[in-house]
Ligand binder design. Structure first.
Ligand SMILES: C[S@@+](CC[C@H](N)C(=O)[O-])C[C@H]1O[C@@H](n2cnc3c(N)ncnc32)[C@H](O)[C@@H]1O
Length: 318
């Protein structure tokens, strides 16, 4: 079977961790490849698909519209595409797919098929700082960030993100808060091996697939960004007197999340917000455990608002 996976990020890593055997994959496809191979398989640019024999492309990116259009332009019919990630438009892009059942066994297919998550006809179109592509990954999360940034007005302090990965959310913060310094904390090369031990191979490999240069190239106001590469919290040294109006805490794992709460929460300005990503994610239970441990240290529960975004962000105001 000539099976391809579109994407080399978390979505692709997740397919492998959910049971798709990487050795069955002829190649991964990425329009901006970070390296020539991923999980031991070659990475192709979309144009390299032309003329290849293809039975199935599993799309592991939420940018379904764009990828479908690209495939059409390359002469690849929608009958060859299987969309394994939800996207924010309501239509089920897989409804026309008929032959996938013959290619993948039913149990694997059920594990791969993502529920469609959607927002139809949003009421608020935003202020124009964001582009449509910013909204494709997690509409509710990004629109909430936009609304929160609107509220920050006079609140003093910088913005920060711990856990930047490829910079998709950092790009939104930078676009929405062009006048604030944006501190970006990440190794820009994946998780600390010891802390991520026990996580899936796809998960850890996908997170290595980035770089500081890639993140910087995405930012609309790169001059506002201060990159702090390396392992947090050591990379926060020297920032003890800094104050923050907005913090995105997205470190996935328990100890790093706890370190982030200990550093950022006491430094949040009154009126500021900390966005704790993955708080309700069944896949990353360490995030909620870290908050429990931090609240136990403080001796009180923090007031907070849960979001119904894709990974269950908790919005913690100050
Ligand atoms: C889920 S990704 C971040 C995704 C990003 N916030 C977004 O929405 O596009 C988690 C990131 O946290 C980083 N990370 C986790 N613990 C860290 C630590 N202690 N120091 C530096 N980076 C860390 C990993 O390298 C990884 O890139």
């Amino acid at each position: 079977m000539k099976l391809y996976i579109w994407g080399t990020g978390c979505g692709a890593g997740d397919l492998i961790d959910r049971g798709l055997d990487a050795s069955l994959v002829a190649a991964f496809i990425d329009s901006e490849p970070h390296s020539e191979s991923f999980l031991g398989r070659p990475v192709l640019r979309p144009e390299e698909l032309a003329g290849r024999e293809i039975d199935l492309i599993v799309v592991a990116s939420r940018r379904a519209e764009e990828i479908a259009a690209r495939c059409t332009a390359l002469g690849i019919g929608e009958d060859k595409l299987f969309f394994a990630r939800g996207n924010w438009r309501l239509e089920d892009r897989n409804r026309g797919y008929s032959s996938v059942e013959g290619l993948l066994d039913a149990e694997l297919l059920a594990a791969l098929r993502a529920p469609q998550r959607a927002v139809r006809d949003p009421l608020w179109a935003g202020d124009g700082a964001l582009e449509e592509k910013d909204l494709e990954n997690d509409y509710v999360r990004v629109r909430t960030l936009e609304a929160i940034c609107r509220r920050l007005g006079p609140v003093g302090g910088a913005a920060a993100e711990l856990g930047v990965y490829r910079g998709a959310f950092a790009r939104c913060i930078n676009a929405l808060l062009p006048d604030r310094t944006l501190y970006l904390f990440d190794t820009f090369a994946g998780f600390d091996e010891a802390e991520a031990a026990g996580e899936g191979e796809g998960f850890t490999a996908a997170h290595r697939n980035t770089s500081a240069a890639r993140v910087l190239s995405l930012l609309p106001h790169p001059g506002r960004a201060v990159l702090r590469p390396g392992l947090f919290p050591a990379t926060a040294a020297g920032l003890e007197d800094e104050r923050f109006a907005l913090v995105s805490l997205d470190a996935d794992l328990e100890e790093s999340t706890l370190a982030g709460l200990r550093f950022f929460y006491p430094r949040l300005s009154p009126g500021g917000f900390l966005l704790l990503h993955d708080w309700a994610s069944p896949r990353l239970p360490g995030v909620a455990r870290a908050l429990e441990r931090y609240e136990a240290e403080l001796g009180r529960a923090l007031p907070a608002v849960p979001l119904c975004d894709l990974n269950g962000t908790l919005v913690i105001p100050r």
